[in-house]
Design a protein around this ligand. Structure first.
Ligand code: FES
Length: 133
């Protein structure tokens, strides 16, 4: 029987501007706590593990800075791979054609929510907080 997990509130909707700063949050993957993030693009909210498809390194230039200067693509700070914000597909750089790991994100009643699942879980309360990038 699948494990049922409550949705997790990430932030207020107003915290995410189109093409602007993202909000980071912790996710447990196979027993390890890693960083994930949500951004707003073309009005919608999208969330991914904060791990580049090239090398699993965090992508933000500074904390929350995931978009390149035009606000049209997510960009990895390490080697400059660029990703479509709504699909997570790499469209330029060393991992072209690969994808970021997409999370189940929804927006309702002025808030942004993440739905954990069997692979991407809510970290245990004792997990060590993730330091800023
Ligand atoms: S680690 Fe992201 S492009 Fe190389």
């Amino acid at each position: 029987m699948p494990e049922m997990t409550e949705p997790v509130r990430i932030c207020e909707s107003t915290a995410l501007e189109d093409g602007g700063l993202g909000v980071r949050f912790p996710v447990e993957v196979r027993g390890r706590t890693v960083s994930a993030f949500v951004v707003r693009y073309a009005g919608g909210v999208h969330g991914y593990l904060n791990q580049c498809a090239h090398v699993p390194m965090e992508m933000d230039w500074q904390e929350g800075q995931f978009f390149e200067s035009s606000g049209l693509y997510l960009m990895c700070a390490t080697h400059g791979a660029i990703y479509e914000p709504d699909t997570g597909r790499c469209v330029g750089g060393p991992c072209r054609g690969s994808h970021l790991s997409k999370l189940d994100i929804a927006e309702r009643n002025g808030e942004v929510w993440w739905q954990p699942d069997a692979l991407f879980r809510m970290p245990a309360p004792t997990a060590t907080p993730i330091p800023p990038a």
